[in-house]
Write a protein that binds this ligand. Sequence first.
Ligand code: NAD
Length: 256
Amino acid sequence: MSTNQTTPGAVIITGGAHGIGSAYVDRLSADGYAVVIADLDEAGAQAKAKDVAAAGGKALALRTDISVEADVAALITGTVAEFGTVTGLVNNAAVFSVVPMSRGTFAEIELDEWDLMMRVNLRGTWQMCKAVTPHMARNGYGKIVNVSSGTAIKGSAGRIHYVTSKAGILGFTKTLAREVGADGIRVNCVAPGSTLSEENPDERTVEYRKSRVGDRALGRVQMPEDLAGAVSFFISPDSDFVTGQTLVVDGGACMH
Ligand SMILES: NC(=O)c1ccc[n+]([C@@H]2O[C@H](COP(=O)([O-])OP(=O)(O)OC[C@H]3O[C@@H](n4cnc5c(N)ncnc54)[C@H](O)[C@@H]3O)[C@@H](O)[C@H]2O)c1
């Protein structure tokens, strides 16, 4: 069986209806992939799929909660029914801003929110990988991109549950890469810096994002589009001999 993918296939982008995920959808569609927008927000996912189709791409919107096994199974069934198989997966959905997290010290975080964070950000990512890998293994080829955060490398006071979940993604990426390499599946990770991903940011949010600029070698506010090239590379055949890696995309705030 071939281990090289030469024609674009279908890529699932979780959380593709909004924020940074929406920029991944646009870029991967422009790269020639059929895109599957898997999001909690059904109307948002459908609107995004319409935009992709209007721009000449192929898109499928499927309402999905990545933390619910039955939703994940239906997503894979729907994707395979529409596009035949799955070539790529971008595990972008997380509790972050559309599904908001509260801020507080490590002692103030509520138990339910800690559990939600782990259920969506970590267990959801694991469930998605379990569901797509049999299809990729059958093709002898697949690309998975996980999404961590610069905060997992640097630490970030006031949201220990979020940072812990994103730190888990780093080890998850390396371990999964070792387990599925023999099947031709590559698993990499992108760690974004503080990104102005909100669609209608209030002044406080804009000020917060601006306050991160001073940490960077490249001194400007980070936008969703700044991340699209890294994900495009990890999904594309150009990265076929790269696996288990994390690329920090943050304008040079965190150098490791
Ligand atoms: N924006 C930043 O500053 C930043 C920094 C570092 C890492 N990240 C990471 O990048 C990714 C995207 O961030 P963003 O700023 O675009 O977030 P966002 O909150 O703007 O968008 C997240 C998307 O995921 C969807 N979603 C949430 N829970 C879901 C679930 N259970 N099932 C399916 N879909 C779900 C939401 O509806 C939304 O469309 C996240 O993994 C986030 O942790 C963001």
